[in-house]
Design a protein around this ligand. Structure first.
Ligand SMILES: Nc1ncnc2c1ncn2[C@@H]1O[C@H](COP(=O)(O)OP(=O)(O)OP(=O)(O)O)[C@@H](O)[C@H]1O
Length: 567
């Protein structure tokens, strides 16, 4: 599969233009920064010019945002007050990013005692009582704001160190990094080309969140008259003055507090937009990878696609180093068919299934055989090889729906995110489609479920949501890895009914991994029995239960009480 080369510039501008909110927020932040920088030019009055006759006046032509208790022009004070405020945020942000990125990258790269030391420092920074320390720094440095903001950046950097370190370790374990090293890429180039770009998105997100937090801390200090040199204002001190006059002039709090709120909100939106740009760029250029070992999802010469086969596994062998854990596994799966993969724990069911999705652990590899999804050979393919396959043509539901759903995001946000990546639906239609999907999996009040967080769902509801997520890209193959194991029996039956309905309605092929023969008897058309990484028996479910050939299958059947009773 060839990916059209897209220059960074094209991706960046193209994506950011589509994210109107982030562009608007960026323009707003830029405008505020510019206005604050040009305070000497733009301020209609002197920052501290008093006019007691006009104290606490509302907005008028001469004072656009009104006046404070000493008759000073609020707009002028906001413009001037923005300078120490935004400079303070900038100082904290620079310290946060420099310390977080440098220590995080070094810890993730060097490992060993240095990693242990830096991780210890990060833990200490995160556990220190930040506000108390900032008060102490202000006391030591005679109410100077800059040392306090440096301390804030340092204290906040603990979380960034951990995020960057984890990202670096994750990237270093990726196959493409190993391949790049093997192909002779030097450490500096490896860092610049593979490792630093991977940290870009998390750093941007953390930095935008931190900037908002720094603005809040800075405003809080100003509100408490700390780090302020009256009569010169900061945004926080303006809020403090407004709060003191709340009864007489409530709009003052609205204007000053509103400014801080809008800037914080805009910073968060900018961070979100930049993250999307970065993610799109990494998706478009394969994460800036060096094409060392091109693996494409294409049909190799001489391997004709089998008509009507959704998944074809041929003589698959998987090894962890020298240890072969799956050998000679072959099966085909056709549209509308439910194939059960059964066997005791450790028999190789999960590893075989993960291989079909290119999700093998880093220390495992396919050492023999082939995997075809439709006519595409995905044997050992990397993420690029699976583009357009995962989510769009193959969906996955796992044993633990709660773990498959991110606890920090609502069902709606997760479902719409999947629709965004795995379909070409315009944003305006995604909510409607999400409701349709939740309705399809028989969830009552789908609009209400969209607003819920995973912890607000029962196990059965969460599994239905996970099925809706798996169906979002309208796949032809569903891989279900023990999808009912964690559920109680009545809920199990409901999920099995749903899978049966979906199969009938969409001609969906389902690879059903389980150790429960009763579930196999209930839902599967064909069954493969695995033991010690190999197939010991396969056939139609009916034949297998009526006339098991292998001794191991007979043992399995005998150990399933409900089947023994039924026979
Ligand atoms: N990360 C790993 N590192 C080393 N060996 C592993 C790893 N994951 C699985 N294995 C080994 O691979 C073999 C097959 O494991 P697999 O998880 O596929 O079994 P399973 O049949 O799915 O079992 P279960 O039902 O318990 O998940 C086992 O011998 C297991 O010890």
């Amino acid at each position: 599969m060839t990916v059209a080369p897209i220059s960074d510039g094209r991706v960046r501008t193209g994506r950011i233009r589509t994210n109107g909110l982030a562009v608007g927020a960026l323009a707003f932040v830029a405008l505020v920064v510019l206005a604050v920088a040009l305070a000497p030019v733009l301020s209609p009055y002197g920052v501290n010019k008093q006019d007691l006759v006009r104290a606490l006046e509302g907005p008028s032509a001469s004072h656009v945002l009104g006046t404070d208790s000493l008759g000073r022009d609020v707009l002028s004070r906001l413009l001037w007050g923005g300078q120490p405020t935004l400079l303070g945020v900038l100082v904290a942000l620079i310290v946060f990013v420099v310390v977080g990125v440098v220590l995080g990258v070094l810890a993730g790269t060097l490992g060993g005692w240095f990693d242990a030391l830096v991780s210890g420092i990060a833990d200490i920074l995160m556990s220190l009582p930040g506000v108390v320390l900032i008060f102490a720094v202000l006391a030591i440095f005679n109410q100077e704001l800059t040392p306090a903001m440096i301390a804030l950046g340092l204290l906040g950097s603990g979380s960034l160190i951990r995020v960057v370190r984890a990202t670096v370790i994750g990237v270093r374990e990726e196959l493409f990094v190993s391949a790049a090293i093997v192909s002779g890429l030097g450490p500096v180039r490896l860092m610049a080309r593979h490792i630093l770009p991977a940290t870009f998105a998390p750093v941007i997100i953390q930095a935008s969140l931190f900037a908002g937090a720094a603005l809040a801390v800075q405003s809080g200090l100003g509100f408490l008259s700390l780090g302020v040199h009256p009569p010169d204002p900061t945004w926080g001190s303006i809020v403090g003055e407004a709060a003191a006059n709340l009864a007489k002039a409530p709009w003052l709090l609205f204007v000053s507090g509103g400014t801080i709120t809008l800037v914080s909100l805009a910073l968060a939106l900018v961070g979100d937009g930049l993250r999307d740009v970065s993610a799109a760029r990494r998706r478009s250029d394969g994460g800036a990878r060096t094409p060392v070992r091109p693996v494409a999802a294409t049909r190799p010469a001489g391997a004709p696609a089998q008509e009507g086969v959704v998944l074809s596994v041929q003589q698959l062998e998987i090894s962890f180093g020298e240890r072969v854990v799956v050998r000679g596994v072959s099966f085909d799966l056709r549209p509308g068919e439910i194939l059960g993969l059964v066997g005791e724990s450790g028999s190789g069911k999960t590893i075989s299934t993960l291989a079909t999705l290119g999700l093998l652990p880093a220390n495992a590899s396919i050492t023999g055989g082939r995997i075809l999804i439709g006519s595409d050979d995905v044997t050992g393919a990397d993420d690029r090889g699976f583009e357009g396959i995962r989510g769009r043509r193959v969906g996955l539901i796992s044993q633990e729906p709660m773990v498959a759903l991110d606890p920090l995001f609502t069902v709606g946000s997760q479902l719409m995110e999947v629709l965004r990546y795995s379909t070409s639906l315009p944003a305006s239609q995604r909510r409607g489609r999400a409701i349709e999907l939740l309705t399809r999996v028989h969830l009552p009040d789908p609009a209400g479920v969209l607003r819920k967080f995973p912890h607000e769902l029962s196990g059965g509801m969460a599994q239905r949501v996970a099925i809706a997520v798996a169906l979002a890209g309208d796949p032809e193959l569903l891989i279900a890895d023990e999808p009912t194991t964690a559920l109680d029996v009545t809920v199990q039956a409901g999920i099995l009914d749903l899978l049966r309905e979906l199969r009938a309605e969409r001609n969906l092929a389902v690879l059903f991994v389980t150790h429960d023969l009763a579930v196999v008897a209930d839902i599967c058309d064909r069954v493969i029995v695995m033991q010690n990484g190999a197939i010991v028996e396969s056939g139609s479910a009916e034949e297998l239960f009526a006339n098991p050939q292998a001794a191991y299958t007979r043992e399995l059947l005998a150990s399933t009480p409900s089947l023994v009773r039924a026979s």
